[in-house]
Design a protein. Structure first.
Length: 300
């Protein structure tokens, strides 16, 4: 292995520390405490873990945290009523509805009920439009985390050839917009892309966000490229015992690390940055709501 490992866990801890310092200053100088409300509908085991971690890290950063758990059988109207209540609550600066929602709900309708100023996931259609037109918006947490790691490594992204594999609304499309805004030359590759291997081999920056375990192999990677692996895939791990799983990315780590200049591991790469950026977004939303200067280096 020759690639430098980009330690997302350590990077995320640093971001959380910076958020915590800003929060302490906000409290001391203005008597303001940023507040985050997370809405969890149903009992999806992974979502429960993520929501618990969000609450814990929010409190550790000195912010006000609320968790609103709703039964999987509630109606869409009940979830919307909850969001509307939180929209009107002055203690709350950030609202997040944990995804996926149960299948009987339209997540777009629910997400678009969140006040855009409190939409710390950056999924509301207004924030999507603002980002797409290069205006100030709330930026989705996972792509924001990737951008922070890339800026840290490259300084300027201007003129770099970036390939984003995957075109989801949550990662691929906002990642495209963020890289473009930083003047990278950006290609979005997806399941219908012809000769996707060759497209990936042209990338100085390769962001993998397809949700297909270990799809990207070492011979898809340009020597010295920076590889950001957004994938979190659970695959069977019989070597750990019957019914056991392990988590792998969208990149085949061993072969990609032979060729890349730097790579994020899974776990411990992009994942921890998602929650760190959620805290950063909550702080940003709070500063904007109170017409205070935004923290530097914690926004796009
Ligand atoms: N409303 C939202 N829902 C979902 C989002 C989101 O950003 N907003 N993202 C994912 C889940 N997610 C946060 O919600 C999340 C996923 C993974 C991690 C993480 O730290 N992963 C670890 C590994 C975890 C493990 O071992 O299972 C890592 O990569 O190191 C954090 C947050 C879907 N829903
Ligand atoms: Mg990771």
């Amino acid at each position: 292995m020759s690639a430098e490992i980009i330690d997302g866990k350590a990077f995320a801890a640093r971001i959380r520390g910076e958020v915590g310092s800003h929060v302490a200053r906000l409290k001391q100088e203005h008597g303001i405490v940023p507040g985050l409300a997370v809405v969890l509908v149903g009992e999806d085991p992974a979502s429960q873990v993520y929501v618990r971690n969000k609450g814990k890290q929010t409190v550790e950063a000195g912010m006000h945290s609320e968790e609103h758990r709703m039964d999987a059988s509630v109606s869409e109207a009940e979830v919307i009523a909850m969001v509307e209540r939180l929209n009107a609550d002055p203690k709350i600066h950030g609202i997040l509805v944990q995804l996926p929602l149960p299948s009987h709900m339209n997540s777009e309708i629910v997400i678009n009920t969140i006040s855009p100023a409190k939409d710390v996931d950056g999924f509301h259609i207004s924030n999507v439009g603002l980002l797409g037109t290069g205006q100030k918006s709330m930026v989705p947490c996972t792509p924001l985390g990737c951008l922070m790691m890339l800026r840290d490594r490259f300084g300027s992204l201007s003129g770099q050839n970036a390939v984003v594999v995957g075109r989801s609304n949550i990662v691929g499309k906002p990642m495209f917009n963020l890289l473009l805004r930083d003047s990278a030359t950006v290609t979005v590759a997806h399941s219908r892309t012809r000769d996707i291997e060759a497209v990936c081999r042209g990338a100085d920056i390769l962001v993998a966000a397809v949700g297909r375990p270990e799809m990207i192999r070492g011979d898809w990677v340009k020597p010295g490229a920076t590889v950001i692996d957004v994938g979190i895939n659970r695959v069977p791990a019989p070597e750990k015992g019957e019914g056991k799983h392990r988590i792998v990315g969208d990149c085949h780590f061993e072969s990609c690390a032979e060729v890349a200049g730097a790579i994020t591991p899974v776990p411990g790469g992009v994942g921890p940055m998602t929650i760190a950026c959620l805290l950063a977004n909550t702080l940003t939303a709070c500063c904007r709501a109170n017409r205070l200067p935004e923290p530097e280096g914690l926004t796009a």
